[in-house]
Design a protein around this ligand. Structure first.
Ligand code: GDP
Length: 195
């Protein structure tokens, strides 16, 4: 897809700030630092529209990005940051669940996990939520450049087993640095949007 327009609509901390439902939304979930911002930036060919940082975020926000007035990327708050209090974690859970349950224009949720590591408890809960809400359960295995190509299949099998992914094809290895599978992810998005 040719991206002519990409803009941050809002960084929302509460539901009343969400933009009105409009174009379909594709949400990105995953732990802090997994590479959500990098995925967005790579897909839209921008260096820094979505903020990337090596410091996992403290503020829990939902960021809405308008792409071509055609659809939206919705960057859900990252989880798994050890220094976040239990109260904050509960707030995180409510915020995400509320969005997933109520958003009528939500077309799909991508779960991002680091290809190198076993998924954490939050990843598993998130994946179960995604499936239970009736989405396909597409997993993007990030930072694929950090392991050798030869080891990829083994890591994909590990992710499939540990998350309980029905079909291996639903797991897409991705590298923001090498742009691996950028086109493949765009094709998945186009299928979701039916364009
Ligand atoms: P977010 O918190 O999920 O939005 O994660 P970011 O996109 O900010 O990425 C966190 C860190 O991982 C940053 O230092 C990125 O440069 C790095 N990173 C993200 N994607 C990749 C990737 O595909 N390969 C490598 N090597 N580093 C990555």
């Amino acid at each position: 897809m040719k991206v002519n327009k990409a803009e941050l609509l809002i960084t929302a901390v509460k539901q009343s700030q969400y933009p009105e439902e409009g174009p379909l939304e594709i949400a990105l979930a995953g732990r802090s630092n997994v590479g959500k911002s990098s995925l967005i930036n790579t897909l839209i060919n921008r260096k820094n529209l979505a903020r990337t940082s090596s410091k996992p975020g403290k503020t829990q926000t939902i960021n809405f990005y308008n792409i071509n007035d055609q659809f939206r990327f919705v960057d859900l708050p990252g989880y798994g940051y050890a220094k976040v209090s239990l109260k904050e974690r509960k707030k995180w859970g409510k915020m995400i669940e509320n969005y997933l349950v109520n958003r009528k224009t939500l077309a799909e949720v991508f779960l991002l996990v680091d290809i190198r590591h076993s998924p954490g408890e939050h990843d598993k809960v998130m994946y179960d939520w995604i499936k239970s809400f009736g989405f396909n359960g597409i997993v993007i295995a990030t930072k694929a450049d950090k392991i050798s190509r030869g080891k990829q299949a083994k890591h994909i099998s590990m992710l499939q087993r540990e998350l309980g992914v029905e079909n291996r094809e639903l797991i897409i290895p991705f590298s923001a640095t090498k742009k691996t599978n950028k086109d493949k992810i765009w094709n998945v998005i186009k299928e979701i949007l039916m364009v």
